[in-house]
Design a protein around this ligand. Structure first.
Ligand code: 4AD
Ligand code: MG
Length: 495
C-alpha cells in the first residue's frame, strides 16, 4: 500500500494468478457453449461411469443445477486412475479440475477434460439404493433423503423453486405486501374441525407452565384443562392464514401470505397432504370478479415462467411423466378461464348422462369425480366455478342477494381438480355474526375478526392456492407426495 509501484506489481501478479486458478462452475454453466476453453472446477455426484478400452473413462456428473449431466473425460494417466477413478460408482461425490471442450457427442454442447479428479465421498456399490435407474416413485418415497439426487425429484424441486419465485414476483410487481401469518393459532378458519392441536400439557417434564403457577401440582390428562396449557387456551396449527391476512388487507390494501398450513383430515388420496403450502392473497376494495382475475393472472404467469425457465425439466416431464403437460400449459396460457356458476355446473352434471358415485343434487358439495368431469370431459380446460350454496361453505363468505348462495369461487383444472379456493368476504357486521351463529361459532371468540367489520369495513376478497396442487398440474406428477420434499400424510412423518 505504501509503495504504489509494488502494489501495481502485486495486482498484476494477482490477475495472472486468477487467470490460472480454475473457476468454480456449476454443471449448468459448464454445459453452455460459452464455457468452452475455460479452466474450471466442477463438483457433483457421479451418475454413471463408462471405461473405454482406449485408456480413459467417461464420468457423467450432476450437481442439481440443471437436469442434464456433464460428461467428464478422465485419462488413464491421472495418478489415481486405477486406485480411485476406475472405482467410481453412482452416488460418489467428486471435484474435477479441468478444461471445458466442445463435445463431438450428440445432445451435449460441452465436455470436461479432467486434469485432476478428487474423490470427496464414496458410495458403496452394494448398499447405495440409487445404484440402478428406474426405481418406482413408491420406492423413492421410502428414501426421501436420497431422492433429491434423481432426475425426477431434481426436476420437481427446480420447478417448485421457479413457481415460488414467480408467485412472489407476480405479487411484488403489483404492489402486494407479503405478510407472515402465524402457524400457531387459536381460531379455526375453515370450520372443518380438522386441526392439529398444539399443547405442552401432555409433556409433564415441561409443567409447570410459566403463566399458570397453579399447574404445579396438576396432572393433566385425561380431562385436559387448557387454561393451564402453554397459551392458556386450546391452540392449533393453522389450516389457513386467511383470517389474519384479512386484518392486514384491511389496513394495507393488497397483501399475500405464503406459508405452511396443516389439516388433520384422514385423507389418503393422491391430492391431500396433512402439511401443505398455501399462497393466500387478500385484497381490500376487491369483489369476486376482481378475485377471479387475480387468480387467473397468477396461474398464467406461473405457467409461462415455468415453460420459459425450466424448459429442460418440462421436456422431461412431457416425455416421461405425462405426454400432454406442455401442450396443456400452452393452451391454458392462451385461453380465457371459463366462469360458470355452481348452479349451471350442477345442471351440466345432471344432464351429462354420466354415472357418478356421489349424487349431484343442488346443495351437495362437488366431489373430485364431478370436478374432473367438468374440466376434462365437458369443458376440456380450467373452469372457475362460483356462487356455491351457503350451507356448504364457511362463515366468512359473502351471502348473495338470493340468500341461498355465497360469493365463493373454486378454480378447477383437468386431472387435479380444485387448485384454488377463494371468495369475496362478508363485510356486513350483522350478516357475518348471523352466519357465525348459524355455523355454531360464537362471534365473541372471533372478536378481532368481527372488529374489522365494526371499524371501517370494506368489500374485500381473496383466495388460497395450493402450491403442491399447482405443481402436480404443471408436472403431471400423479401423487401429491412426490411434489413436496417431505410429505406428511396419515401415518407418515419419518423424514
Ligand atoms: O379451499 P381451501 O380449504 O381454502 C382455504 O383455506 C381458504 N381459507 C383460502 C382463502 O380464501 N384464503 O384451500 C385452498 C387450497 C385448495 O384449493 C387446494 O389447492 C389446497 O388449498 N388444499 C390442499 N392441498 C393439499 N392437501 C390438502 N389437504 C389441501 N387442502 C386444501
Ligand atoms: Mg376448497
Amino acid at each position: 500500500m505504501n509503495n504504489p509501484q509494488s502494489s501495481a506489481t502485486d495486482s498484476n501478479a494477482q490477475t495472472q494468478e486468477s487467470e490460472l486458478r480454475p473457476s468454480p462452475l456449476s454443471v449448468a454453466e459448464a454445459r453452455r457453449a460459452e464455457a468452452v476453453g475455460r479452466h474450471i472446477v466442477l463438483k457433483g455426484w457421479v451418475r454413471t461411469r463408462r471405461d473405454s478400452k482406449a485408456g480413459f473413462s467417461f464420468i457423467e456428473i450432476n450437481d442439481g443445477s440443471c437436469f442434464g449431466n456433464v460428461q467428464v473425460i478422465a485419462d488413464s494417466h491421472l495418478p489415481n486412475y486405477e486406485s480411485e477413478i476406475k472405482r467410481l460408482s453412482p452416488g460418489c461425490s467428486i471435484a474435477v479440475t479441468g478444461s471445458v471442450k466442445a463435445s463431438p457427442g450428440k445432445g451435449q454442447a460441452t465436455e470436461v477434460q479432467a486434469a485432476e479428479v478428487a474423490v470427496l465421498g464414496t458410495a458403496d456399490v452394494e448398499s447405495y439404493p440409487l445404484q440402478k435407474k428406474g426405481h418406482s416413485l413408491e420406492f423413492l418415497r421410502t428414501i426421501a433423503h436420497l431422492r433429491p439426487r434423481t432426475n425426477t425429484f431434481g426436476a420437481v424441486a427446480r420447478v417448485r423453486n421457479c413457481v415460488c419465485n414467480s408467485i412472489h414476483q407476480y405479487f411484488q410487481e403489483r404492489g402486494f405486501i407479503y405478510v407472515h401469518t402465524p402457524v400457531i393459532t387459536a381460531s379455526d378458519c375453515e370450520g372443518a374441525g380438522a386441526m392439529f392441536q398444539v399443547t405442552t400439557l401432555l409433556d409433564k417434564q415441561r409443567s409447570p407452565l410459566p403463566k399458570a403457577p397453579e399447574a404445579e401440582n396438576a396432572t393433566p390428562a385425561p380431562g385436559l384443562d387448557f387454561s393451564l396449557d402453554f397459551f392458556n387456551r386450546p391452540a392449533y396449527l393453522t389450516v389457513s392464514g386467511q383470517l389474519e391476512a384479512e386484518t392486514f388487507a384491511c389496513g394495507l390494501g393488497k397483501t399475500y401470505t405464503f406459508g405452511p398450513t396443516f389439516r388433520a383430515e384422514n385423507s389418503n388420496t393422491p391430492r391431500h397432504l396433512a402439511e401443505f403450502w398455501m399462497i393466500e392473497p387478500e385484497v381490500a376494495f376487491c369483489d369476486l370478479y376482481g378475485d377471479m382475475e387475480l387468480a387467473e393472472g397468477l396461474l398464467k404467469r406461473i405457467f409461462s415462467d415455468v415453460l420459459e425457465k425450466c424448459a429442460e425439466d418440462m421436456q422431461f416431464f412431457n416425455e416421461r411423466i405425462d405426454k400432454t403437460v406442455i401442450e396443456i400449459l400452452q393452451h391454458v396460457i392462451g385461453s380465457q378461464f371459463l366462469r360458470v356458476s355452481y348452479t349451471e355446473a350442477v345442471d351440466i352434471l345432471n344432464s351429462s348422462g354420466q354415472k357418478f358415485e356421489f349424487p349431484t343434487a343442488w346443495g351437495n358439495d362437488l366431489q373430485a369425480e364431478h370436478e374432473r368431469y367438468l374440466t376434462e370431459k365437458h369443458f376440456g380446460q380450467p373452469v372457475i366455478l362460483y356462487d356455491y350454496p351457503r350451507t356448504i361453505k364457511p362463515f366468512y363468505m359473502r351471502v348473495n342477494d338470493d340468500g341461498r348462495t355465497v360469493r365463493a369461487m373454486d378454480v378447477l383444472v383437468p386431472k387435479v381438480g380444485e387448485i384454488i379456493g377463494g371468495s369475496q368476504r362478508e363485510e356486513r357486521l350483522d350478516v357475518l355474526e348471523a352466519r357465525m351463529r348459524e355455523q355454531g361459532l360464537d362471534p365473541a371468540g372471533y372478536w378481532w375478526y368481527v372488529d374489522l367489520r365494526r371499524y371501517g369495513t370494506v368489500p374485500h376478497a381473496g383466495f388460497g392456492l395450493g402450491l403442491e396442487r399447482v405443481i402436480q398440474f404443471i408436472t403431471g406428477m400423479a401423487n401429491i407426495r412426490d411434489v413436496i420434499p417431505f410429505p406428511r400424510t396419515p401415518g407418515n412423518a419419518e423424514f
